[in-house]
Design a protein around this ligand. Structure first.
Ligand SMILES: Cc1cc2nc3c(=O)[nH]c(=O)nc-3n(C[C@H](O)[C@H](O)[C@H](O)COP(=O)(O)OP(=O)(O)OC[C@H]3O[C@@H](n4cnc5c(N)ncnc54)[C@H](O)[C@@H]3O)c2cc1C
Length: 364
């Protein structure tokens, strides 16, 4: 029987596991994941604000694999031998495959600066969220570093929670302007929201050193903190480089728009960990991994049947809704921007629907 090995329980693999419940294939499937839970980042800000309980933002992987007839191995892959078709895990498991699919997400960029590894809180891999949130909830002087969507949402969420508790807003630091890739109008809107909520926002300053209680910026500022959340964008997992697989300039696994590695067509990849040759500028976002899921499923089946597969083509615009605290959301779509409770309700509905699709009631 064909052996299909899945690395990581990312968005696209959740879809694969669900599809395996709906369509029986003559295939022996194993999933390797280091955590029993897959956490959904779209709901992290709501969790940090206290709007969701942890059970509402995570999927229990052993329940899902059991319902899908998949073997589950708790572990993290550390090396891939594409010629021999084997994967090594950090626990020493050696797993052979006929087809390998990788959806292991990304890590956090920029933590090479002195002190960051020791003192900064990092969410990725995503199962760290509970521990990170606990530390931030108990902080007196929390600081968020990173002016992208994730950093802005988390800073606003924590500020909202602190407001309910009568505590002061958080500090947000960004080396660039806030949401630098968004339209000017959207940037202005977010700037006003941050200002109205009372956050201290420091832009165009790079944190260059972190001691146990001080963040030192390139502009010579010393900022006191007791917990710092580091959200400065994605970084490629090391495994592809060390396994000598084809990678792009940043170390992400290079795949074709069929989501296959050209040199090793039995290897598929989706989500943050992959870089598509035809679309090198594609952002790293969960919504992309979700869109790739159906292509991945179709192309793995096509590979097994020796037929040609589908090609992934990204949308030119994606809907994004930033939770801005107190159940309001900033909806951004092209030139449209709406800051309203209804935007938050829409986000809440989309996110809950996503989680519900993969939740299983199977008991052991
Ligand atoms: C605070 C925050 C908020 C965000 N909000 C949004 C949002 O609203 N919308 C959006 O589109 N994007 C959002 N993102 C980005 C989003 O989180 C990522 O783009 C998305 O999670 C990538 O999905 P993925 O399927 O590639 O991998 P992930 O969802 O990261 O899943 C990867 C899985 O692989 C596992 N894994 C990791 N390493 C290994 C290994 N070596 N072996 C086996 N398994 C492994 C991990 O434990 C995890 O289960 C946000 C990011 C952050 C930090």
């Amino acid at each position: 029987m064909t052996k299909l090995l899945l690395l990581g329980a990312g968005h696209a693999h959740l879809h694969l596991m669900k599809r395996l419940q709906e369509e029986k294939l003559d295939v022996d499937v194993t999933l390797v994941s280091p955590s029993e839970y897959q956490y959904y980042s779209g709901m992290f800000s709501g969790y940090l604000e206290g709007l969701y309980h942890e059970e509402e933002i995570r999927i229990h992987i052993p329940s899902l694999t059991k319902a899908s007839g998949i073997n589950y191995i708790n572990g993290a892959a550390i090396s891939i031998d594409a010629k021999s078709k084997v994967v090594l895990t950090e626990k020493g498991d050696i797993l052979s495959y006929d087809i390998l699919s990788i959806d292991i997400g990304s890590l956090t960029a920029g933590i090479e600066i002195p002190g960051a590894r020791k003192h900064a809180l990092r969410i990725k891999p995503n199962y760290r969220i509970e521990e990170v949130a606990n530390k931030l909830w108990n902080a007196n002087e929390p600081v968020v570093i990173g002016g992208g969507a994730g950093g802005v949402e988390m800073a606003l969420a924590l500020t909202a929670k602190r407001k309910y508790e009568g505590k002061k807003p958080v500090t947000l630091i960004s080396h660039s302007t806030i949401l630098e890739k968004a339209t000017e109008k959207a940037q202005m809107k977010v700037k006003n929201i941050l200002q109205n909520k009372g956050l201290t926002v420091i832009t165009k300053e790079k944190v260059s050193n972190i001691t146990s209680n001080l963040l030192i910026t390139s502009g010579g500022k010393d900022i006191e903190y007791d917990q710092v959340l580091w959200l400065t964008g994605p970084k490629a997992p090391e495994m592809f480089r060390t396994s000598k697989l084809p990678i792009d300039h940043a170390g992400y696994l290079l795949v074709d728009d069929t989501l296959q590695v050209k040199e090793y067509p039995a290897i598929f990849a989706a989500g943050d960990c992959a870089s598509i040759k035809q679309y090198p500028e594609l952002p790293k976002a969960g919504v992309i991994a979700v869109r790739q899921a159906a292509i991945l499923w179709g192309n793995i089946k096509a590979f097994m049947n020796e037929t040609s597969g589908y090609r992934f083509k990204p949308n030119s615009t994606y809907l994004s809704i930033l939770s801005t605290g107190q159940k309001k959301g900033l909806l951004l779509y092209g030139n449209i921007q709406v800051h309203h409770h209804l935007s938050w309700l829409l986000k809440d509905r989309i996110d809950k629907k996503f989680i519900e699709r993969y939740k299983q009631t199977t008991s052991f």
